[in-house]
Design a protein around this ligand. Structure first.
Ligand SMILES: *Cc1c(COP(=O)(O)O)cnc(C)c1O
Length: 428
């Protein structure tokens, strides 16, 4: 499509957008009595209006039923996690039995690593991104130490080539080949939280398996954003949080995927809890743990119903909008955003100051555009904030913008461009 940087053109795109009514289902923070323009859905998604009712339902049932709510509540708490499973599986491209909602993200990283990182003296290495999210780095380092290995000799970090900003797929493949005899695990965040780069999960999984390694992904920035086929890609496991693109609220309950082939393996080592036991025998309080043959076997505790109610409210909006529709709009928004930023860079001769480091190649990007700002990045971010545009500043020099299809409009993107233009004229 031939884009134009104008309010009229953005209005035309909004007019043609058949998901536009979903914006009305969300609550926007206010700036000078107007809705802010919100581009931080990659950090904390906005609150759906129906979330309050979903949470209130459980508070009321708790008031009315006390402990009986486990079975008597409108949505009984005993199987509450099951109410989220189908919609979550749809978004993850998984079978329902491969998907579970539980814990928090970093906790799930650890629990998955217990099962899927089992180093031996000959096969112990882990490949990950060099600039992984800190929590992921700490989880990997401490797991490695837990097994008595030295992180410096065990963790192989992938880095961009000198002068480049993102990691080349061919370099990922050659790193796998280079370490193939000692490789135990590949674990990558997808997309990378900082650059927004999307990795080829199917290709990496295939290459990892060819090297006899297991492959897992942290989809904190991928769930609700990427088109996922975790089952078909044969990914071993994946984890994610629900408060970014999934709009389930601060610290919301996280999720995990375990491929069917592992779900059926009752011999797998795991850190177990009673909620991972077969529900048929759970309340007979058996002495020995009998894992249910699904991703539920990794659950430890009974369902945290209040945060799950918030997630449930939001997953129903995803199901209503349709994952494919959302991805289609996300692509168009991202194309338009890149066009607008490119236009402003060229109008202000900012080529040396502002660099879009998220790859241009369509298969390597999703909602987010990361802009490297060489000078005055913080001032640009400050100016946007003063104008009611919520963007995200990441030290040392990146501005992250993520229009999300459920509640952003094309006009939001146009307005962002206008303010970026003003900010660049003020802060050359
Ligand atoms: C957001 C994010 C986290 C946050 O972890 P929590 O356990 O939810 O606090 C971890 N890893 C990545 C890659 C993230 O983007």
């Amino acid at each position: 499509m031939q884009f134009i940087n104008s309010a009229d053109f953005a209005a035309q795109l909004d007019e043609q957008d058949n998901l536009k009514s979903f914006r009305q289902q969300f609550l926007f923070p206010q700036h000078q009595h107007k809705d802010v323009i919100y581009f931080c859905g990659n950090s904390l998604g906005l609150q759906p209006k129906q979330t309050r009712d979903y949470v209130l339902q459980e508070l009321n049932d708790w008031k009315n039923f006390g402990v009986e709510g486990h079975f008597m509540a409108k949505n009984p708490w005993y199987p509450y996690h099951e109410f989220l499973r189908d919609n979550m599986a749809l978004i993850a491209g998984a079978m329902p039995s491969e998907t579970v909602v539980m814990n928090s993200l970093t906790a799930n990283i650890h629990f998955m690593l217990v099962s899927f990182y089992k180093p031996t003296s000959s096969r112990f290495k882990i490949i990950c991104e060099g600039s992984a999210f800190p929590s992921d780095q700490y989880a990997l380092q401490t797991q490695v130490k837990f097994h008595g290995f030295n992180p410096d000799e065990t963790i192989i970090e992938l880095h961009p080539r000198s002068g480049e900003y993102t990691i080349r797929h061919e370099d990922i493949l050659s790193t796998i080949t280079k370490h193939k005899d000692e490789l135990a695990l590949i674990f990558l965040g997808n997309p990378n939280y900082y650059t927004g780069q999307v990795f080829d999960m199917a290709g990496i999984t295939q290459a990892g398996h060819a090297a006899d390694a297991l492959v897992g992904f942290d989809l904190a920035h991928g769930i609700g954003n990427l088109e996922l086929h975790l089952h078909d890609w044969n990914v071993d496991f994946a984890v994610w949080c629900s408060y970014k693109y999934l709009n389930a609220g601060p610290g919301g309950v996280a999720g995990a995927f375990v491929h069917q082939k592992h779900c059926n393996n009752t011999e797998l080592i795991r850190f177990a809890g009673w909620w991972g036991n077969d529900p048929q025998t759970r309340f007979t309080m058996p002495h020995d743990f009998i894992p249910v043959k699904s991703a539920d076997a990794w659950q430890l505790s009974n369902a945290p119903v209040l945060p799950m109610a918030a997630l449930r409210a939001s997953l129903e909006i995803f199901a209503e909008a349709g994952v494919q529709n959302l991805i289609k709009k996300r692509k168009l928004m991202n194309d338009f955003l890149r066009f607008i930023i490119g236009d402003i860079i060229s109008k202000t001769n900012s080529e040396k100051n502002i660099i879009m480091i998220t790859p241009e190649n369509e298969s390597e990007r999703a909602a987010q555009v990361s802009m490297l700002c060489k000078h005055n990045g913080k001032k640009i971010h400050g100016y946007l904030t003063e104008q009611g545009i919520i963007a995200d500043w990441r030290e040392p020099e990146v501005l992250r913008i993520a229009p999300v299809p459920l509640y952003n409009s094309f006009n939001d993107i146009y307005q962002f461009g206008k303010c970026l233009h003003e900010a660049l004229l003020l802060n050359k």
